[in-house]
Design a protein around this ligand. Structure first.
Ligand code: FNR
Length: 181
């Protein structure tokens, strides 16, 4: 049966490496796995005063998460942490208190950066947040992707240098999500 994955990309940039990575990863999954990107660029800045009347865009985010059996976070590292736009989306869908949409959804965490340590610190921060939100997150293999020439093929697939590793990452991720389905 179909497995729906909600993808959260932590970059809004048009030519984002992480957007490209999310698309390329989707091609490595079996056909029953369907990836849908969550829209986070039109969310208001989180304000606790609005918890009782969440914006339509926030309600949409929460219902899209609710429709998914798994989560895939693909994020750059900003100043050794996760981008504010990603934290904003995470905070929105975690509220109001007791109505955390993320809870119990199995997740994978991955990211690409132009820096040499390839999002390791951002991913570590994200894992901490997800642990608090009761999101069981795939521990191994870790994947810190260095965004450089040749990461992607001309058609947007993962290039030969990283293909085998990311294929095995995707196989383990899908097996992880299925454990909870
Ligand atoms: C960065 N970048 C960056 N890279 C990194 O490896 N560690 C870091 O702490 C940071 N910090 C950082 C802060 C801010 C505000 C920006 C805009 C950028 C560089 C980052 O890896 C690069 O811009 C990527 O291209 C961002 O990912 P997308 O947008 O291509 O997906």
């Amino acid at each position: 049966s179909q497995l729906n994955i909600a993808v959260v990309v932590g970059s809004l940039r048009k030519d984002s490496f992480n957007k490209k990575l999310a698309s390329a990863l989707a091609k490595l999954a079996p056909s029953e796995v369907v990836f849908k990107s969550l829209r986070i660029d039109d969310l208001p800045l989180y304000n606790q005063d609005d918890d009782a009347h969440q914006a339509d865009t926030v309600q949409r985010l929460k219902s899209d998460i609710g429709a998914a059996q798994g989560l895939l976070f693909v994020t750059p590292e900003y100043n050794r942490s996760i981008p504010g736009v990603l934290k904003n989306a995470i905070d929105h869908a975690s509220r109001p208190y007791g109505k955390n949409a993320w809870a119990g959804k199995p997740a994978g965490v991955i990211g690409a950066s132009v820096g040499a340590i390839g999002t390791a610190l951002a991913q570590q921060h994200l894992r901490n947040v997800l642990a608090y939100l009761d999101v069981p997150t795939l521990g191994q293999p870790e994947a810190f992707i260095h965004a450089k020439e040749g990461l992607f093929d001309a058609d947007g697939s993962i290039g030969p240098a990283s293909r085998e590793f990311l294929q095995s990452w995707m196989d383990k991720y899908v097996a992880w999500v299925k454990k909870f389905a």
